[in-house]
Design a protein around this ligand. Structure first.
Ligand code: A2P
Length: 298
């Protein structure tokens, strides 16, 4: 089966697939086969990050696949331990080297450093320089709140093309989406299936399982689709870009089979109503080196 995904137009004129594969929490040893499988079945966007520790394997999968590099949209992210002008240039070169690529399609600041925002801006300005050199096709941010975006706008010339944020039916971020819309920033959902509510649950028993929510089960049964497909379709109908992660080929295919049905307005509203306003992952204002003491794996 070959899939054919629509593209979204970013604010700098670059086209980005609406849908791709996320590789967060994907062990390096599983990444090569998974990414190759996704590419072979038609996926054209892969979302990784320096701190995920699997850029090398993503690059190897791209090199080994039959798909031309120019047809693949590759995103990676600058980790906070590399924030600062010179370290950004260095970290970007390291990412390119690990990926084995000459350019990346989208480069994101992984988190804002909330209390060291000048360093966050410094990194973004370095990314603007790399963009000008043509080694990145679009730059953006991740986990930014509106205040972070406003502060950045005062100091940077380039409006981020993308803000990648936690977004799923239990935390659907209507205000952020509306703000992005006014700024022409593409909303990209991390953990679009709400996996974060399970792997980041603070206590056993506090997990929230979006995929078994009765409303979603009901809609899925009526449409002869799975809850995951209904959720992913809901994102797309809101114009949100999605990067669901799976290491299982049958799910990779299932997640992509969402272009042969549409949700009604009533179904969309029913899913919108599941928003709890409560996130599963860390709050962006917690972005600090103490909160995230991780280093980029060598
Ligand atoms: P697995 O990798 O074992 O398939 P999110 O991207 O929202 O964080 O969700 C990722 C989680 O959801 C992973 O644990 C992944 O597990 C699981 N997952 C991905 N696709 C599906 C699916 N179609 N049905 C059920 N679980 C899924």
């Amino acid at each position: 089966m070959t899939l054919n995904f629509p593209n979204y137009l970013l604010n700098n004129g670059i086209e980005m697939p609406a849908f791709g594969l996320g590789v967060y929490r994907m062990p390096p040893q599983e990444t090569i086969d998974t990414v190759k499988g996704a590419l072979a079945s038609g996926y054209r966007m892969i979302d990784t990050a320096a701190v995920y520790g699997n850029e090398r394997e993503v690059g190897a999968a791209i090199a080994e696949s039959d798909v031309d590099r120019s047809e693949i949209f590759v995103t990676t992210k600058l980790w906070i331990s590399d924030f600062g002008r010179d370290s950004t240039f260095k970290a970007f070169d390291t990412s390119l080297q690990k990926l084995g690529l000459h350019y990346v399609d989208l480069y994101l600041l992984h988190w804002p450093l909330h209390d060291e925002f000048s360093l966050t801006v410094e990194s973004y300005q370095a990314m603007e320089e790399i963009l000008t050199q043509g080694r990145i096709r679009a730059i953006g941010v991740s986990n930014f709140q509106t205040d972070h975006l406003r502060q950045l706008a005062q100091e940077a010339a380039t409006v981020p093309a993308v803000n990648q944020i936690e977004l799923h039916p239990y935390f659907s971020q209507p205000e952020m989406r509306a703000y992005h819309h006014t700024q022409k920033i593409m909303t990209q959902a991390w953990s679009p299936l709400g996996g974060v509510n399970i792997y980041d649950a603070t206590d056993p028993g506090k997990e929230r399982h979006v995929l078994t929510d009765p409303v979603l089960l009901g809609i899925a049964a009526g449409r002869q689709k799975t809850p995951a497909q209904v959720i992913l379709r809901w994102h797309l109908q809101h114009g949100i870009s999605i990067i669901p992660k799976s290491t299982r080929m049958e799910r990779i295919l299932q997640n992509a089979a969402i272009f042969d049905f549409s949700l009604s307005e009533k179904e969309m509203i029913a899913i919108d109503a599941l928003d709890t306003g409560s996130r599963g992952g860390p709050h962006p204002d917690e972005g600090s080196r103490e909160r995230f003491p991780y280093e980029v794996p060598v």
